[in-house]
Write a protein that binds this ligand. Structure first.
Ligand SMILES: Cc1cc2nc3c(=O)[nH]c(=O)nc-3n(C[C@H](O)[C@H](O)[C@H](O)COP(=O)(O)OP(=O)(O)OC[C@H]3O[C@@H](n4cnc5c(N)ncnc54)[C@H](O)[C@@H]3O)c2cc1C
Ligand SMILES: NC(=O)c1ccc[n+]([C@@H]2O[C@H](COP(=O)([O-])OP(=O)(O)OC[C@H]3O[C@@H](n4cnc5c(N)ncnc54)[C@H](O)[C@@H]3O)[C@@H](O)[C@H]2O)c1
Length: 444
């Protein structure tokens, strides 16, 4: 007879593995099932490999900024060599994650989990049973259903390219499109980014997005806005991309970066009454689905927060508590989000656009920081910030930053906002000088 587990976790990504570890530490019997690579999207085909490749772009950009200021000669990216460096990290993730789970005495199974009935799953045909089941199956790239869609590659393919093609096109101007376009361009490709309207990165501050696009245009990225791609065909000279309005482009690689869809359609959810749509599996504020003993966390769940690795871990830690002893509804701390282009665009808390209508409550300060010591020292040519301050308390409640170090700045700002630190509180702290942290006082 099949072993009855306290909890079965479907998906061995950041959400599933954090949950399995947390539950095991609380004395639960746990089985975790993964159908592909242990570790999931983030370390195998997402955040980590992307940022390894971007690190070479950052080094190249840093040297570029110093031309005429003390350095001569801009290094070129050796793509095959950089890919070896990336694989030096990613190649060990699957086995390392699996042995980490086993060392905690967590049972593991490799295969596709499928709901047969309440509390019953099959994994590649074999029955497993659990009292509670948690779905942590993540998302996958969406592929636009146009003629020639079979020629589309995905972010997963891009992050494992043996050679950088001469011409690379991205379709969809979101996080993935901007980040991978930055990498491809720095590695020497002719890059186009096609977007179906005139508002790429539409949830970010429009002025800072415009400034980012101007910078990337100067670097040689071509933005094709208001282009609704209709067809891809293959010809002797490459892939032909066409749209209705006479748009034509020939490219060697076309990456679909038009969003991601939840891995919810292949789980047999109809057998257990769990509902989902294109935003994910519907959950209540205890991360519980429409079925009593079935929960969903991480990218696959439809929660009011961005789909990011730190949130996958946060939801996993919350659910560990819930499955041990039911408590309060989940509430999320303020969450930073950033586009790892070059420069980087980062945002946290209340945005300038959100307060445009409420100027009595908030004050928005736009700062050009390029003359600040930090940016002069690094010769960073573009450093902008918009800071939102609550007029009544004088506290910073939101910020958007655009610079090569915006990802570091946004973390300090997140701490200031989450911990409600005033200017007086900051001035009571001693931080190392001169560093981005010692610049914080100038933001108020
Ligand atoms: C290119 C890219 C770059 C990114 N960069 C960042 C970044 O810089 N910062 C950031 O915070 N986030 C980033 N993300 C998002 C981040 O990767 C996700 O938020 C995170 O991986 C979500 O974790 P998860 O565990 O919910 O899902 P996943 O990591 O996707 O893990 C889900 C796992 O479930 C498995 N699975 C699916 N179906 C089944 C099934 N039926 N049976 C068994 N197993 C199944 C999958 O194979 C997968 O391993 C990026 C994503 C991409 C694609
Ligand atoms: N730095 C990070 O934290 C990071 C990086 C990559 C991915 N992610 C995560 O992955 C998710 C998915 O990222 P993404 O960039 O794939 O999706 P996204 O939803 O951020 O962007 C997709 C873009 O494609 C556009 N689009 C849709 N249909 C189109 C069409 N027919 N033609 C042209 N453009 C079209 C959309 O308007 C949107 O701007 C993100 O929301 C985020 O949660 C995060």
């Amino acid at each position: 007879m099949a072993k009855q587990y306290d909890v079965i976790v479907i998906g061995g990504g950041p959400a599933g593995t954090a949950l399995a570890s947390g539950l095991k530490a609380q004395g639960k019997s746990v089985l975790i099932v993964e159908s592909d690579l242990w570790g999931g999207t983030c370390p195998n085909r997402g955040c980590d490999p992307k940022k390894i490749l971007l690190s070479a772009v950052e080094a190249k950009q840093a040297a570029t900024n110093f031309q005429g200021h003390g350095l001569s000669g801009v290094p070129t990216i050796d793509w095959p060599n950089l890919m070896t460096t990336k694989r030096g990290y990613t190649d060990g993730i699957n086995d390392g994650t699996l042995s980490g789970l086993k060392s905690q005495a967590i049972d593991t199974l490799h295969g596709q989990a499928y709901f047969r009935a309440d509390g019953e799953l099959t994994v590649d045909g074999n029955l497993v049973t659990g009292t509670d089941i948690v779905i942590a199956t993540g998302q996958r790239p969406a592929i636009l259903p146009i003629p020639g869609h079979e020629y589309f590659k995905t972010s997963t393919d891009f992050l494992d390219l043996d050679q950088m093609p001469k011409r690379v096109t991205f379709v969809g101007g979101g996080y993935v499109g901007f980040e991978l376009a930055t990498i491809a361009r720095a590695a020497g490709a002719e890059v186009h980014l096609i977007h179906h309207n005139d508002r790429p990165l539409k949830n970010f501050d429009p002025e800072l997005v415009k400034a980012l696009m101007a910078n990337l245009t100067d670097q040689g990225v071509t933005f094709d806005l208001n282009v609704d791609l209709k067809q891809i065909t293959q010809a002797a000279d490459g892939l032909h991309l066409t749209a209705h309005d006479d748009f034509e482009l020939t490219t060697d690689l076309v990456v679909c970066s038009a969003g991601r869809i939840p891995n919810a359609d292949h789980l047999g959810l109809e057998n257990v009454g769990v509902t989902y749509d294109r935003h994910g599996i519907q959950v209540n504020d205890h991360l519980q689905t429409a079925a009593d003993h079935i929960y969903a966390i991480g990218d696959v769940s439809d929660t009011p927060v961005p789909k990011l690795t730190p949130l996958a871990g946060y939801e996993a830690r919350y659910l560990v508590g819930e499955l041990v002893e039911t408590g309060a509804p989940i509430s999320y701390p303020v969450t930073p989000t950033q586009v790892y282009a070059s420069p980087k665009l980062a945002e946290v808390g209340v945005t300038a656009a959100q307060v445009a209508t409420d100027t009595t409550k908030y004050r928005v300060t736009t700062l050009d920081m390029t003359k600040w010591f930090t940016y002069y020292r690094l010769q960073i040519p573009q450093a902008l910030a918009k800071v939102v301050v609550d007029q009544q308390t004088g506290l910073i409640v939101g910020a958007s930053c655009l610079s090569e170090i915006a990802d570091e700045m946004i973390n300090y700002l997140t701490i200031l906002i989450e911990k409600k630190l005033s200017l007086a509180a900051i001035q009571k702290l001693i931080v190392a000088y001169p560093t981005p942290a010692s610049d914080l006082q100038y933001l108020y």
